[in-house]
Design a protein around this ligand. Structure first.
Ligand code: IMP
Length: 192
């Protein structure tokens, strides 16, 4: 079976390939000649994921998978949330985003946060949505050099006190929001 993923991000493509059944062929928009960045104009992760998977389904008629992720921080009312990628501006700089988050968190005692991923899966049966999340806390300074985005500022509650950026990719994947959303999607597929 062929499916298409609404992303050109090599990390996401690799991660998904590694968990798919062997006979499934994972394609990307560029494999199908679909050019340009898929727009994220929704106000929730759900809307963005759904818009992207439905756009692809209309464009190519293949089962389509899309994701949208973000970090919700309680002290700043759930921000940056759906705006995580460009919290500090349209240049989408991870280090600027982290600096802005630390600035907002100066002196904050309440530091609870969570990463969320929403996966949208569109086929001729319609669209289904799957949520994966991981709870944790925002550190007072950056720690670690692995990963990307806000990893060096996030300590998962069910870990040993290290940030995601202090873990190897495989360790992070065991508990990450993204792998949990993928697991929920695969479980639903196996049932159908
Ligand atoms: P995307 O929807 O996966 O592209 O994620 C949007 C933004 O959320 C990224 O640009 C990061 O800033 C942040 N983000 C999502 N997942 C992670 C993660 O696993 N670690 C750190 N930051 C993440």
């Amino acid at each position: 079976m062929k499916l298409v993923l609404a992303s050109q991000n090599p990390h996401k493509i690799r991660e998904l390939r590694s968990v798919l059944p062997e006979h499934w062929e994972l394609l990307t928009p560029s494999d199908l000649g679909i050019a340009g960045e898929l727009l994220e104009e929704g106000v929730t992760l759900y809307e963005n994921a759904q818009q992207k998977s439905e756009f692809l389904w209309r464009a190519c008629g293949l089962p389509s998978l899309a994701d949208d992720s973000g970090l919700e921080v309680d002290f700043i009312d759930g921000m940056p949330g759906v705006h995580s990628a460009y919290f500090a501006g349209p240049q989408k700089s991870d280090s600027d985003n982290r600096a802005k988050l630390l600035l907002h968190m100066q002196g904050a005692v309440e530091r609870k946060a969570r990463f969320k991923t929403v996966l949208a899966w569109t086929t001729q049966a319609g669209t289904s949505l799957y949520l994966g999340q991981v709870e944790g806390e925002i550190t007072r300074e950056e720690r670690g050099s692995q990963g990307f985005g806000y990893d060096s500022l996030f300590v998962p509650s069910e870990g040993d006190g290290r940030t995601f950026a202090e873990m190897q990719e495989g360790e992070k994947s065991l508990i990450s929001h993204r792998s949990r959303a993928v697991a929920a999607w695969l479980k639903a597929l196996q049932k159908s």
